[in-house]
Write a protein that binds this ligand. Structure first.
Ligand code: CP
Ligand code: NVA
Length: 304
């Protein structure tokens, strides 16, 4: 059984093929490619985009989605991830889970006999990265040779984006304050992937070094779900890491600005940023729907 836990679970060729499939699915009309199929969704954390786009994707493909909250399913409290995976595999055709601890996903994947899809963990957000890469391909035609600058916390979205962009041959620059860099594990995976494609990597604590001449400027919240207790401390650490018109002005004139949403205006982004002509954030959010359709068709039709 193939799972989608990390963006690294797909080869560069598969990522490119899925992006092309998403672009053609986006043209519509929907065909019932997943008629009679059910997706079980488990959420340990809040969600709007992930929940709605997966549900709508299954509906438009002729299938069905079931939404379970942590309060009802109780992973690790009411029941073990292993037992949940073994039972749900007998009801549904794939499991999508959003979890606090990445190990819950790897436990689900170990015991499930259907594909497990990462709908965000503390380590990665691969569905978001697929939508990010699709959006870049739509607007720039390719990743190869582009400069992708990520400014902010070395978090789940940043790790998946960096892994995916490097796999497709982009130069990736990351600016984070000391102490908020990628984990050693994430960094090792990115370095390994960059070695294969010859992609250039830059880690710095200076946002300007990443923004200069960039094709893509990307940021995400300073405080991710589950880190709320640190939000004060993080606001202090990340002061100076805001993406605003003066930082955007350093990028290429045709650069695009991306954010996975939800956004915290006045923190990682200035208040008028979504009205800037360079912001492609809502196209990026829409693409969650299209790219997840491509992922669902791929993983449900060819689970082996
Ligand atoms: N970007 C994203 O995953 O949004 P939600 O948390 O609303 O699902
Ligand atoms: N990094 C954020 C992304 C939300 C989609 C979080 O994990 O909360």
């Amino acid at each position: 059984i193939r799972h989608f836990i990390s963006i690294n679970d797909l080869s560069a060729a598969e990522i490119n093929r899925l992006i092309q499939s998403a672009i053609s699915l986006k043209k519509g009309p929907s065909t019932p490619l997943l008629k009679g199929k059910t997706l079980g969704m488990i959420f340990q954390k809040p969600s709007m985009r992930t929940r709605v786009s997966f549900d709508v994707a299954m509906y438009q493909l002729g299938g069905h989605a079931i939404d379970l909250q942590q309060t009802e399913v109780g992973i690790g409290t009411r029941e073990s991830a292993a037992d949940i995976a073994r039972v749900m595999s007998r009801y549904v055709d794939a499991i999508m889970a959003r979890v606090f601890n990445h190990s819950v996903l790897t436990d689900l994947a170990e015991y499930a006999t259907v594909p497990v899809i990462n709908g965000l963990s503390d380590v990665e957000h691969p569905c978001q990265a697929m939508a990010d890469l699709m959006t870049i391909v739509e607007l720039k035609g390719k990743l190869k040779g582009l400069v992708v600058a990520y400014i902010g916390d070395g978090n789940n979205c940043a790790a998946s984006l960096a892994l995916g962009a490097v796999a497709l041959g982009a130069e990736v620059r990351i600016a984070s304050p000391k102490g908020y860099w990628f984990s050693n594990e994430a960094r090792a995976k990115i370095t390994e992937s960059a070695a294969k494609t010859g992609a250039v990597l830059l880690y710095t604590d200076d946002p300007r070094k990443t923004a200069r001449g960039a094709d893509v400027i990307y940021t995400d919240v300073w405080t991710s779900m589950g880190q709320e207790a640190e939000s004060q401390e993080r606001r202090r650490a990340f002061a100076g890491y805001q993406v605003n018109p003066s930082l955007l002005a350093m990028a290429k004139p045709d650069a695009i600005f991306m954010h996975p949403l939800p956004a915290h205006y006045g923190e990682e982004v200035s208040s008028g940023i979504m009205e800037d002509r360079r912001a492609v954030v809502f196209q990026q959010a829409e693409n969650r729907l299209h790219v997840q359709k491509a992922l669902l068709v791929n993983f449900l039709k060819n689970p082996k």
